[in-house]
Every structure is written in structure tokens, then in C-alpha cells.
Design a protein around this ligand. Sequence first.
Ligand SMILES: *Cc1c(COP(=O)(O)O)cnc(C)c1O
Length: 372
Amino acid sequence: MSSDPNLYVTQPQLPPLEDFVELLKVIWDRKILTNGGPFHQQLEQALAEHLGVKHLALLTNGTIALVTALQTLRIQGEVITTPYSFVATAHSLLWNGLEPVFADIDPHTCNLDPERIEAAITPKTTAIMPVHCYGHPCDVRAIQRIADTYGLKVIYDAAHAFGVRHQGSSLLNSGDLSVLSFHATKVYNTIEGGAIVCPDAKTKQRIDFLKNFGFADEVTVMAPGINGKLNEVQAAFGLLQLREVDAAIARRTAIATRYREALADVEGIALMPEPADTTPNHSYMPIRVQPGYGLSRDGLYQRLREQQIFSRRYFYPLISDMPMYRGLPSAQPTNLPVARRVASEILCLPIYPALSEEQQQRVIDAIRASRR
Ligand SMILES: *Cc1c(COP(=O)(O)O)cnc(C)c1O
């Protein structure tokens, strides 16, 4: 047991060291380190099967996967997206020379509000990039209806949605493409890593070309692709992680249930509604600190810090408030009142498989005791 009194929002999941060393020996013997080697291929297949998706292409990280997903579909002009996300969502648009158009979120799900998406469409709009925030599903049916009506592509930033099932299928089968992140802080990690989920072999091939500088064969370069290949060491790490991920999500579910029970009656602490017809992954444990609590969100954040509990304000500040975005017409505060309010109330609590009952109780006690 660790004696570190600091509690963070997450702690990376690691595979058994001996098993990893075994796979390293295989890599040393084979002398294939990268470029779509055997472990890379094996992990793509294993993940597609595990997640229940048709095709999946591995990439070096979620951000490069977002950038590549936009190139895959040749997206141009304006893309409607959420201000309530990690910066990489909007950055992937700027890296492609696209204009982000921010639309407001739904106050219950924290995901893009379909009505606000429709209101943000212009003749230059070509795509929608929603985020399944905290792994809670977007209104995928309403978004698809809008996309079909206006002839738009939908690329989901599904960085939080590993393993989430919705309406009887993987949530990752929604839209044209879904992008995953396997960063160390995520539910499933390959240290750094990411993937694009796509519905057909032809699209998968295009992604495979784009992540290898655009090489279609030895002498043909089809586009200005990037170096986005996941190496064999990380792919081996990922194969071992896959054995543990169901147990990890089960443990997260137990922790989330305990938080919900222990915090349900604390005045001024609001829990997010549990998504309907969904098997969630509990990638995050968001709470909202509202006026009835007596202490502000930042006040509670500070109180917890003093007790070595490092909660995180995911997502604050809004992407639309950052210097490279705040000049956009859609970034104006009056356009995004709901996102603004949620960003001022949100706090994500520690949740990860190794969090002990005593540690979790410390968090719960600190929140109960800080109310004024
Ligand atoms: C983590 C994350 C990303 C970026 O993924 P990386 O693998 O760290 O590049 C993108 N979008 C969201 C919503 C994320 O949480």
C-alpha cells in the first residue's frame, strides 16, 4: 500500500511487470519496433473485438487521431463543436485550418445541445465534432438527424468513452468516425496512444496511409500525412492492459456508486443524472457545487487541496475563453451561458481502481465537512 497522502483524480493503471518484460523479450528477439508490427496489428484486432466495432486504427495519441480523422474525411470550412472539453478538441480544428464554431451544451448531460447545433449551421459548415463528455453519450440520434438533413459529417471526440455501450451497441459506432485517447490518465491506456474507429476497410486504409506520412506504397504519397504510428512497446503494453480493463471499470462503478450514495443528501452538491440505456465506464466523477453548498466551487477545490485531495476543474476554463479562440464570434459569453455556468460549478473527484475505501471516505468526509 502506498503511504503517499496525496490523492489525485486518477492514477494510471499498469499491467503486471513480469508480463510486460516477457513481451519486451519478444520485441527484442523480433527486432520489429514500429511501422505496424505484429503487436500493433494484434492490438487493433483485439480492441475492435473488445469494443464491438468494425475497424479501428491505432495512433500515437488522441490529438493526432483527431487531426487525422478530420483529414480522413477532407473536412473544410466551419466545424460546430463544444467549448466544454479538453483543448485538444478545438486544437485539432486549428491544426487543419478549420474554423471552430462553438455551440452551447445541455445543462444535464454537459454535451452539445442538438438545438444549438442546428442554430449554428451556416453555408460553410461541413461537420460536427461533439464530445461524449465524461463518457456520457451525446444525443446521437438527434445529431445524426441534423447531419443527414444538412449533409454534414460527424466526428465524435470519444476520448472519455472507452467501452461505453448505448442503446444496445458500442457508443463508438455513432457518427462517421469516433476518436479515442489512450493517454495514461484515461480508463484504458497505452501510456500515450489513441485510435480512430471507422465503419469500413476503405476508410481504415486511408487512415493507415495518413498516419504513415501519406505513403500508399513505396513510391506513392497520397496526402501530406503525419507520423502517427503507435510503436510495438506501447502496443504490447496495451495488449496486457486489455486483460484488466473490465475489472477496472467494475471497480470504478463500485466507487461511483458509493460516492453517489454518500453525497446524494449534501445540500448544494448536485450529481449528474445517470445516462439512460447506457453501460457507462465511470471515467470521471463530476459533481456540481451550487449556491446551496455555501462555499464556492473554487472554495471547495482549495479546501480539498489543503487536505491533499487534488480534485480537478474539468472543464474550466472553457476552450472558448482561451486566447486563440476568444475572438471568434461564437466564443462570445452570451452565446454560451450554460457552458459558462457548468464550468464555474464543476469539480471532478478522485476515481481509479486502486482508490481504497479509506481514501474515498477521506474525500467524502472532506466534502461533507466543508459545507457552510
Ligand atoms: C484526453 C483527451 C484528448 C486528447 O488525447 P491525448 O491522447 O492526450 O492526445 C482529446 N479530447 C478529450 C476530450 C480528452 O479528454
